[in-house]
Design a binder for this molecule. Structure first.
Ligand code: URQ
Ligand code: ZN
Ligand code: ZN
Length: 487
């Protein structure tokens, strides 16, 4: 299939300029003003619209088995919903159970993801440690195209990593030229606070944020940052929800440490009042970790995006329907954690980011696509409009308005955390691998069309960044000549 995008304005993370784009066999073949239209090409009139890289959501959990159930969104429905909203690639998570082979889990997730409609990749979680994990991490890097390893510092008794696992795994990631990523909440504190709160007779969803205050996130973010600093490994902190973790990232980055931060569209726009809603289903639908926070945290997170201290946006799309959330009817600790958003991220960030002047259009492309591609080493194949790049492209009409609702979304979940939100600016066309997968409200995704995208590790992170670091090597004290002289 070949597509000729005519008369649009290209917006990338770097620049904005009028030009046509020609795509053939899944890649961008030509970019230029007044290009000749090759015969047989499908012509898209992009006049009055922006032509941007498709969104990359670096944090999703399609059909995740979690807390005794399985997320309701699968890889086909979830990537289709993403395409409907302008996202053309997800990075999901392989999460082995403790003592499970990472490679075995990778193969299981690969089987599920085979139905994906658009391209995908996997972060792999390290949930336990022994030498076999170390060996499998190498296989994942050298043979499966994995360059990022996830660590849950929360979820005690399930997939939580203690400091020993963090230190071993971070060390190994550095050796392999991979990046360490963390879910930063102190799981011991959460467990303790959950116990205290339920003993006070608070069993409803309002107990969830009470058991995970911002300080619990700030501590874990600071600890992960310090461990990464000592071990000299790049670190990516997922779903920063509070000023506390943002401050930890800001301090580290100001010191020149290689730390990256992600923020969810939900954490930028939804506040903690949802948990005090008297309707259990409404409040429980918002139970995710870290929880939605008070408004001043949202203000700080927006500033983190504007300042560049936070580099990526995501959704942590991990959906559970009301009957599943009801497992925690009498005990908030049993409410499956997770909310959706893969379809709405681009629209809500354009409306609340670009339309308000917080972000330029170029910054919008950076935080919804290009930066994730760069951090996870698939740029410019992804996240760019450039010759040879994958033809993952969206046509964006800045004047189009829509109201977000569970009644109209394509997500396989019975709730939408952005319910009723009116946004201005939307994709009219989504192109994945050079094929139209969404056009004027009609989904045209094909089950299984998505590809697994290899993400090469850096030989070493610093080599890749061409940074020659003069690191002073420590030396032993020579005591062969006898007693210490007086100082
Ligand atoms: O912690 C995560 O990122 C997964 C388990 C999704 N759930 C959530 O509450 N964020
Ligand atoms: Zn998480
Ligand atoms: Zn997650």
């Amino acid at each position: 299939m070949s597509i000729f995008i005519k008369g649009g304005t290209i917006v990338t993370a770097e620049r904005t300029y009028k030009s046509d784009v020609y795509c053939e066999n899944g890649v961008i073949k030509a970019i230029g003003e007044d290009l000749d239209v090759p015969s047989g090409a499908e012509i898209l009139d992009a006049s009055g619209q922006y032509v941007m890289p498709g969104g990359i959501d670096p944090h999703t959990h399609m059909e995740l088995p979690f807390m005794g159930t399985v997320a309701s969104e699968d890889f086909f429905s979830g990537t289709s919903a993403g395409a409907a909203g302008g996202t053309t690639m997800i990075i999901d998570f392989v999460i082995p159970s403790p003592n499970q082979s990472l490679l075995e889990a990778f193969d299981t997730w690969s089987g599920w993801a085979a139905k994906a409609a658009t391209d995908y990749s996997f972060h792999v979680a390290v949930t336990w440690w022994d030498e076999s994990v170390s060996a499998e991490m190498e296989t994942l890097v050298t043979e499966r195209g994995v360059n990022s390893f996830k660590h849950f510092m929360a979820y005690k008794g399930a997939i939580m990593c203690d400091d020993e696992v963090l230190v071993n795994s971070f060390t190994r990631a550095r050796e392999l030229g991979a990046i360490a990523t963390v879910h930063a909440e102190n799981g011991e504190l959460v467990f303790h606070l959950q116990d205290q709160i339920t003993k006070m007779g608070i069993t409803g969803p309002e107990g969830h944020p009470l058991s995970r205050p911002p300080e619990v996130e700030g501590e874990a973010a600071s600890r992960a940052i310090r461990i990464a600093q000592v071990l000299d490994v790049p670190l990516y902190i997922v779903h920063n929800s509070a000023k506390d973790s943002l401050d930890a990232i800001t301090r580290a980055r100001n010191e020149g440490q290689r730390v990256y931060g992600e923020v969810l569209a939900g954490h930028l726009l939804v506040d903690d009042s949802v948990y005090r809603n008297e309707d259990f289903e409404f409040a429980a639908a918002h139970v995710m970790s870290p929880p939605f926070r008070a408004k001043h945290h949202q203000d700080a997170l927006w500033k983190g995006l504007q300042s560049g201290m936070l580099q990526t946006t995501a959704t942590d799309h991990c959906c559970f329907c009301a009957p599943q959330k009801a497992a925690g009817k009498d005990d908030f600790r049993k409410i499956p954690n997770g909310t959706g958003g893969v379809e709405d991220r681009m629209g809500v960030l354009w409306h609340h980011g670009v339309n308000t002047g917080k972000l330029t259009m170029n910054e919008f492309v950076a935080v919804t696509s290009a930066n994730a591609a760069k951090i996870f080493n698939i740029y410019p194949r992804k996240g760019s409009i450039s010759i040879g790049a994958d033809a993952d492209i969206i046509l964006w009409d800045p004047e189009m308005t829509r109201t977000i609702s569970v009644k109209t979304h394509h997500q396989q979940v019975d709730f939408n955390i952005f319910e009723g939100m009116e946004v201005k600016g939307a994709n009219t066309v989504t192109i994945s691998q050079g094929n139209i997968v969404y056009k004027d409200g009609e989904l045209r995704t094909v089950k299984g069309a998505g590809r697994y995208i290899n993400r090469p590790a850096f030989a070493s992170y610093y080599d890749a960044l061409n940074i020659k670091r003069e690191v002073e090597k420590p030396t032993a004290v020579d005591r062969s000549k006898g007693k210490k002289k007086t100082a």
